[in-house]
Design a protein around this ligand. Structure first.
Ligand code: SF4
Length: 484
């Protein structure tokens, strides 16, 4: 298999709203990314005034997108993108009906306006081979009435990010970088800015964000993200049954939640927080609550529900679970200001991993998903718990250090086993990493934060393709669908 281009992009500047995105499950790289690629192709056709002249569209999926695409609903996402629907707002409960209609009628309403013959069985082609630029490649080809074609290849590089080529993206980001008062490419630089300004990490990140949008817009945007996170926990904790896909995985958050919440009453997600605060929380209950929050999000994700990509969909449960832990266990007075700080710190840590390593499981295995989300949550929690910027990065380092080498081997290509439980483990490790950092002295830390990022990338390169979101190794081949 080809050796991929190092994703080290020292010029890249990434906003909190790049790292945390409202979307649809089950996968950021295999669902949200292809959905957005479909939308980008629609945009391209629109720019070329070709929408109404299009008589055929073929979509070819390569590498990991092909190998685990069916289990990750990549074909569904491609069609939703071609329909011109928005993954942030489209009602998730209507997705299946749209797909069923396309399959039955063998036609699709391109961008919601132009009827087009489209049989998903033949129009979406799954290739086993890999493209060299990135393992998640997809090529869209439109045939126009005059017989000419418009072709574009997209790469879903993790976390819902879609690019056509590295150079093009780099150019855009250089322009963005000029807005950032504190351009950050490494943990050492982030700490230097904190020392220079006296600001906590959240303050430095907020200053960068303010160069892109107003403070009120930033706060409103983060509040909207938190509302979706909270809602995904609430929905997951109140939904029983079996997850779709054929593995017959029972949704577990429902039962755990029922036992934990007991007879406490509440009316909605917000009053639910207050009800949880009134429950008994010894160590076992704390473990169960954190687990329950993480499971709930990823059960919603596995059923194509609405979640926040943080930094990916497979790992979407870790950050909400740890934020919720802070709200219902650690600080009953926690409010949206705490949520905003938490998300700013988490996103900066995630962006440093993205710049120095990867957040794509197809490039780095599960260390790139659960490992990064755990590091993001650990650091963010540490700032809320009063830790110094150095302790924040120490916590993030500890969390990642104990996810290094974690493979990606989802059974049946579905984001369910080991993914759902893994979010619970990532959240618990994040809390533990925070506590160790709060008790530690960063001056004595043997492994600097930037070194763990470099180690993660080196480990990613040593990892065989079998363990990079291909379902060709590990649990994916040891456990058969028929065993489940
Ligand atoms: S094993 Fe990890 S990286 Fe792979 S799909 Fe599951 S959560 Fe994502």
């Amino acid at each position: 298999m080809a050796h991929y281009i190092c994703p080290m992009k020292p010029i890249e500047s990434i906003s909190v709203f790049d790292m945390l995105k409202i979307g649809v499950g089950p996968s950021s790289s295999h669902t949200l990314g292809p959905w957005r690629a479909g939308l980008q192709f629609i945009k391209l056709l629109t720019a070329k005034k070709a929408i109404n002249q299009t008589i055929n569209i073929d979509v070819e999926l390569y590498g990991s997108l092909s190998l685990t695409g069916r289990g990750h609903a990549t074909d569904t996402a491609i069609m939703m993108g071609l329909l011109g629907t928005d993954p942030v707002t489209f009602p998730v409960e209507q997705i299946q009906a749209e797909i069923d209609a396309i399959s039955q009628q063998k036609s699709l309403l391109l961008n919601g306006v132009h009827p087009l013959a489209f049989d998903p069985k033949t129009a979406i082609i799954f290739h086993r081979k890999f493209l060299t630029f990135h393992p998640n490649g997809m090529c869209f080809t439109a045939t126009i009435t005059d017989g000419s074609t418009i072709t574009q290849t997209y790469y879903s590089i993790g976390g819902g990010f879609v690019v056509t080529s590295e150079r093009k993206r780099g150019k855009r980001k250089i322009e963005d970088l000029s807005h950032f008062p504190y351009p950050i490419t490494a943990g050492t630089e982030l700490l230097a800015y904190c020392q220079e300004t006296g600001l906590p990490i959240s303050g430095v990140v907020m200053a960068n964000e303010r160069s892109l949008r107003s403070e009120q817009e930033i706060k409103d945007g983060i509040n909207a993200i938190w509302a979706v996170m909270l809602d995904s926990m609430y929905v997951g904790c109140h939904t029983s049954g079996i997850l779709p896909g054929g593995l017959n995985v029972t949704r577990r958050a429902f039962e755990t939640h029922k036992n934990l919440i007991g007879d406490k009453s509440y009316q909605d997600a917000v009053s639910w927080i207050q009800a949880i605060r009134q429950t008994e929380v010894k160590f076992r209950q704390i473990l169960k609550w954190v687990t329950c929050f993480a499971l709930s999000v990823n059960e919603v994700n596995a059923s194509l529900g609405r979640v926040v990509t943080a930094p990916t969909n497979g790992s979407a449960g870790v950050i909400p679970a740890v934020m919720m832990y802070y709200m219902v266990i650690e600080n009953h007075d926690a409010n949206l200001e705490d949520v905003q700080k938490f998300m700013l710190v988490a996103s900066e840590i995630g962006s440093l991993f993205k710049k120095g390593s990867t957040i794509s499981a197809a490039l780095g295995g599960c260390q790139a998903e659960i490992g990064v989300s755990s590091a993001m949550a650990a650091g963010a929690l540490t700032e809320l718990m009063g830790g110094s910027p150095e302790q924040v990065l120490m916590a993030a380092e500890i969390a990642m250090e104990h996810h290094l080498g974690l493979t990606c081997d989802p059974i049946g290509g579905l984001v369910q086993i080991p993914c759902i439980e893994r979010n619970a483990m990532g959240a618990i490790k994040a809390i533990n990493a925070c506590e160790m950092a709060l008790d530690g002295d960063p001056k004595n830390a043997k492994v600097p934060f930037d070194k763990v990022i470099a180690t993660m990338w080196a480990t990613a390169q040593d990892m065989t393709t079998k363990y990079k979101e291909t379902s060709q190794g590990g649990l994916a081949i040891q456990v058969n669908m028929s065993d489940c």
